[in-house]
Design a protein around this ligand. Structure first.
Ligand SMILES: Cc1cc2nc3c(=O)[nH]c(=O)nc-3n(C[C@H](O)[C@H](O)[C@H](O)COP(=O)(O)OP(=O)(O)OC[C@H]3O[C@@H](n4cnc5c(N)ncnc54)[C@H](O)[C@@H]3O)c2cc1C
Length: 299
């Protein structure tokens, strides 16, 4: 009988887990459902460019329906209110419930304000295309005000570097957590619930021998999603599991339209300026090509 695989979150980790499991299990073996609160897959690594008005929204928020077309993956656009790993049950905000044989938690993370007074109340987060649009509109409005009043306060923008503070819903789900994120073994399986896999920012994963967990990045979420795609099959079909082996392909930070800094590859080759900026663009194109989302750049 066909098994029920439910994936909570259609970000980097969730989307890659869904696309990958379909390489090992067809629709007669498993029903795959992604639940995501927006109908789009957010390219978070490009949101700063949307906030700056340098790209269109279509390049940073890709319709999940289009990405999943022909893949036999169900999409449910809904907000998850809670999930219980003891009852194998997911409750949605619209009152409906779903049950699973195997679950993937890929809900991303919640912003940490590090207790800095006023930061949460007076700041805007950058986690979605909607947030990016709000930031751009706000900055444009302040600049218009400044042009009219010459009041320096209108031209004063503070950028607060936040962090990650665990994961929404995971704390109350019954799953074992460490630092607010789900504890997983080398197969990215919850240490407390074998039918639950966790990917991306929702998981706290220590590479054997490391004292610090893997960083919460899109490249790690992508790799985790692919490992879990196979391990769902291994779990449901009683095959041997694959260990997660993270690969750090580098660090890229954009400093403007044609400027960036980067450390590339295993030997961390430093780059700056236009070459680093081109690498940042190439890394986005590589991801979009992998998920067959290059249509986003046609806008
Ligand atoms: C501004 C910014 C810039 C970044 N730049 C980079 C970068 O350049 N390179 C890099 O590697 N990493 C970068 N990161 C980190 C990277 O974006 C994250 O590590 C990555 O998104 C984690 O993937 P994920 O699948 O765990 O979560 P996400 O990609 O955040 O996906 C989580 C999904 O779950 C959905 N969801 C959450 N709660 C619910 C709910 N209750 N109901 C339904 N759906 C829900 C969300 O809508 C979302 O689609 C950046 C992060 C930020 C905030």
């Amino acid at each position: 009988m066909s098994k029920e695989i439910v994936i909570l979150g259609g970000g980097y980790g969730g989307l890659l887990a869904a696309l990958s499991v379909r390489q090992y299990m067809d629709a007669s073996e498993a029903n795959v459902t992604i639940i995501n609160k927006t109908p789009t897959h957010q390219i978070i690594t490009e949101l700063h460019r949307l906030a700056a008005g340098n790209i269109s929204e279509q390049a940073a928020a890709l319709p999940l329906e289009k990405l999943l077309k022909g893949k036999d993956i169900n999409l449910k656009v809904a907000t998850i209110e809670s999930f219980s790993v003891n009852d194998k049950k997911i409750s949605l905000e619209d009152g409906s419930e779903l049950f699973y044989d195997a679950l993937v938690v890929a809900l991303g993370s919640v912003t940490n304000y590090f207790g800095i007074p006023g930061l949460q109340e007076h700041s805007m987060v950058l986690k979605s295309a909607e947030d990016a649009n709000k930031i751009r509109e706000h900055v444009e409005a302040r600049i218009r005000d400044y042009a009219a009043t010459n009041n320096e306060a209108d031209a004063h923008i503070v950028i607060g570097g936040g962090g990650l503070t665990g994961v929404e819903l995971v704390g109350e789900s019954g799953i074992e957590v460490n630092r607010g994120r789900a504890s997983v073994n080398n197969y990215l399986q919850s240490v407390s619930h074998k039918d639950v896999f966790v990917v991306g920012d929702s998981a706290v994963y220590f590479k054997p021998g490391d004292e610090r967990p893997q960083p919460p990045t899109a490249q790690i979420a992508w790799q985790m999603g692919e490992t879990v795609g196979y391990n769902l099959y291994a779990y449901l079909e009683d095959k041997s599991f694959e260990e997660f082996e993270p690969v750090n392909s580098g660090t890229l930070a954009s400093l403007g339209r044609k400027d960036a800094v980067a450390f590339i590859g295993a030997n961390q080759t430093p780059l700056k300026g236009l070459p680093a900026s081109v690498m940042k663009e190439a890394s986005n194109v590589r991801y979009l090509s992998h998920i067959k989302g290059l249509f986003a750049l046609a806008y």
